[in-house]
Write a protein that binds this ligand. Structure first.
Ligand SMILES: C[S@@+](CC[C@H](N)C(=O)[O-])C[C@H]1O[C@@H](n2cnc3c(N)ncnc32)[C@H](O)[C@@H]1O
Length: 460
């Protein structure tokens, strides 16, 4: 198969937004079999000539020799790193085209699980689908250059020239770090030889307060690094909005942005952010919605769909640091948040008290056991919101939710595929899906967020 050429029409995007063509072909024994060809950066409807490169899990990966017919939504990608960088995967689609494809994808996942695709609204897009990210992470190459991982090659780093999905000020601050590294001839960490100093730079900025955090992950402490004072004075003089400059020591072999020791080089160890008028403290490892403009839309939508009432009790499952909990708490009598990560629960409690929200309780537990515990102490909630990770909540959690019988369930998801699989479990408990609203949290990528409303038949 390798090296064979085909002329095919792209049928659909797979669940990672890659063009796929499926054709029937005869095997040597004369049987019919499906041939899956994966075609990078191709759009459904396009006609392409491709060459087979290799197989991954029974799907043949191809390279494009020629586009015979292109889609009207095809555009020139804006970024010079497009196709090499693992970040934006859909810059070859017009923004309107991206939104259409996202709506179709959500409809497809729901139809597959037996739901009515008519319940899916058009995807809510952004007025400006660029410079939307409030947090980015860049990697050092062994020679000290700083950039983004090459797509499909974790060991290679593409030096950062530009990045259109983050704010220019964030990029300038990161480029200043890159310049400092070059000036002092510091080395980057080599994953193969496990030698070298610098691992990552994480940058995050609040779009409301403007405060920036710069965190540098390295295999040694700052005392062991020549020129550290130069870094501090460069940042202090050129970037007054950097309110937190951190040096995070990570000597571990595991190449993750974690820290064994935190050294504060400038400012405080957190920055302030705000959403819907609520203030949040963000540490370097705090999960916070990465697109603050759309996050506000998402919370407002969840409120509109869930219709919280002042007489009601509510559970916020997978609550993180309380991004949804705080705005909802002011609209219900009592709210209980459940979340696995203890540090997030500590943050959620602090965020509640910082914002004078006093009708919440937060429990650091796995969702499954947390529901049982909260139900025992708290009784049946009228409203339940869940916002699980990409892998979904899973059947066991969904059945526990079904048995708890809240009147209304608002399901926020960053993965419509697992969302559709999860809500199937609620059917046997008498829930009907009323509405699904896709929201574009990640323009220029295939990712799409959804908010779904499910209502119990028993509540009517
Ligand atoms: C998509 S985030 C949502 C967080 C929060 N709703 C927000 O908007 O910031 C999913 C959250 O689920 C938490 N989580 C993951 N697995 C969990 C589990 N088994 N039980 C409870 N929480 C879990 C993660 O730590 C993370 O905070």
């Amino acid at each position: 198969m390798i090296g064979k050429r085909f002329k095919v029409k792209v049928d659909h995007f797979d669940n990672r937004g890659v063009g796929e063509s499926v054709t029937m072909r005869k095997t040597k024994r004369g049987n019919e079999s499906r041939l899956h060809l994966m075609i990078p950066y191709a759009i459904p409807g396009e006609e392409v000539e491709v060459t087979v490169e290799h197989a991954i899990r029974r799907k043949w990966q191809t390279s494009v020799d020629q586009f015979v017919q292109t889609h009207p939504d095809r555009v020139e990608a804006r970024c010079p790193h497009f196709e090499k960088c693992g970040g934006c995967s859909w810059q070859h689609l017009s923004y309107e085209g991206q939104l259409r494809q996202k709506t179709n994808a959500v409809k497809g996942y729901l139809e597959k699980e037996g739901f009515d695709a008519e319940l899916v609204e058009e995807t809510i897009g952004m007025e400006n689908p660029w410079t939307y990210r409030n947090k980015m992470e860049f990697t050092f190459a062994p020679d000290g250059s700083l950039g983004l991982h090459e797509k499909g090659n974790y060991l290679n780093v593409i030096p950062l020239e530009t990045c259109y999905i983050m704010k220019p000020e964030m990029k300038e601050a990161v480029l200043e770090v890159a310049d400092w590294v070059k000036a002092h001839e510091l080395t980057g960490y080599n994953k193969e030889t496990v030698e070298g100093l610098l691992r990552f730079v994480m940058v995050r900025q609040s779009f409301v307060t403007g405060e920036i955090m710069l965190a540098i992950f390295a295999t040694a402490g700052p005392d062991e690094v020549a020129g550290i004072q130069d870094l501090v004075s460069r940042i202090e003089t050129k970037f007054p909005t950097v309110k937190s400059l951190l040096w995070l020591e990570n000597r571990d072999l595991a190449d993750r942005s974690q820290a064994e020791e935190t050294h504060l080089l400038h400012g405080r160890d957190f920055i302030y952010d705000e959403i819907m008028g609520y203030q949040f403290r963000l540490w370097f490892d705090t999960f916070f919605q990465p697109n603050p403009v759309q996050a506000k839309q998402l919370i407002e939508l969840a409120i509109e769909m869930g219709k919280p009432k002042e007489t009601e009790k509510m559970i916020d499952l997978f609550c993180g640091v309380g991004t949804f909990s705080l705005p909802f708490a002011s609209r219900v009598k009592e709210l209980a948040g459940i979340e696995l990560v203890e540090a997030s629960i500590a943050s959620a409690k602090r965020n509640a008290s910082d914002n004078n929200v006093d009708n919440t309780s937060f429990l650091a537990k796995d969702a499954r056991h947390g529901i049982d515990e909260v139900l025992q102490e708290f009784g049946k909630p009228e409203l339940l919101l869940l916002d699980p990770p990409r892998s979904g909540a899973g059947g066991k959690v969904m059945r526990r939710i079904g048995r708890a019988q809240p009147e209304r369930i608002v399901y926020v998801s960053c993965n419509p595929e697992t969302f559709a699989e999860d809500i199937v479990h609620l059917k046997e408990f008498g829930y009907a899906l009323k509405k699904v609203q896709p929201v574009d949290m990640f323009p220029q990528t295939y990712h799409v967020e959804v908010v779904g409303l499910l209502v119990s038949a028993l509540s009517n």
